[in-house]
Design a binder for this molecule. Sequence first.
Ligand code: A3P
Length: 316
Amino acid sequence: AFPVARDPEEEFGDLVVALPRKEQFLVGRLYKGFWLPEYFAPGMLAFQRRFTPRPDDVVLTSYPKCGTTWLKALAFAAMARDAYPPAAADHPLRRLNPHACIPFMEDIFIERREAMLDGLPSPRLINTHTPYSLLPEKVTTGGGCKVVYICRDPKDMVVSLYHFIRRLQPDLSFVDTFESVLDGTVPYGPMWDHILGYWHASVMHPDRVLFLKYEDLLQNTGEHVRKLAEFMGRPFSAAEETEGTVASVVELCSFNKMKNFEANKTGTTEGNYNSMAHDAFFRKGVTGDWVNHMSSEMASRLDEIFHDKLRGTVLT
Ligand code: A3P
């Protein structure tokens, strides 16, 4: 299982232990409106206070279980395509899990490994589940850097989350996981506020915040890879279009391809998610699997609350 209590002696540990606490499948601490996983909270606070972005950094953000791994793979493949042509037999994504290619800030800062960030060549890609309002101010204000967010139908998110956490806690109940989404105490929840923070930022600053949906990506991956590359400042050239580079990126990062790479079938992540088995990040890779897990009454309850909370956006 996930480790729970953090050492109060550690940086921000005393702040975290003073926060409202909820014990469920992951222990949550309520900080400025979000139920942060207790284990990651000190790392998130350190990230918020100490991270210094470079103008060409790209922060890949997501609600958990909404396509983080895929976004990391696509962004890495697109950004590094000169050094690593996507069709090359020795591409890093053929031998490394995507989480090994892009650092997860909660981990990096919890483990005080942030010096490694200074050593990364520009443009850097980094990753976090931090809500928009809790990102480092230097990221979100004027001279900050770019942010890409991905979210997903909450019904599919909860199914994905349930299967993921069950790898660590086999007795986890689906109903408990589901109810935690409804009452907002799900890790990093409320999910609607997480989505809304990034949604509003993307409307206010479309040049700095790109908002993506897993379902859209699945429907037309190529179009979104183009959008992503352009947003990151690395648009595909006419020559690359002719050579089929976009299609190569899409193919390299496709679910069936990635799931079957040896690096994703074996091994565990280093540090993050408490050394999660790589294969836990590749389950079904489809939309609509919720029909196999919840009644239509449950689905309506979830849809209604998200419809209500996301009213006034194009997300409903
Ligand atoms: P399912 O559990 O519904 O299959 P995250 O990366 O944020 O943890 O999200 C995991 C979800 O993304 C899982 O959903 C997983 O199968 C799916 N996923 C992982 N890699 C993918 C890919 N290359 N293409 C499409 N979906 C992918």
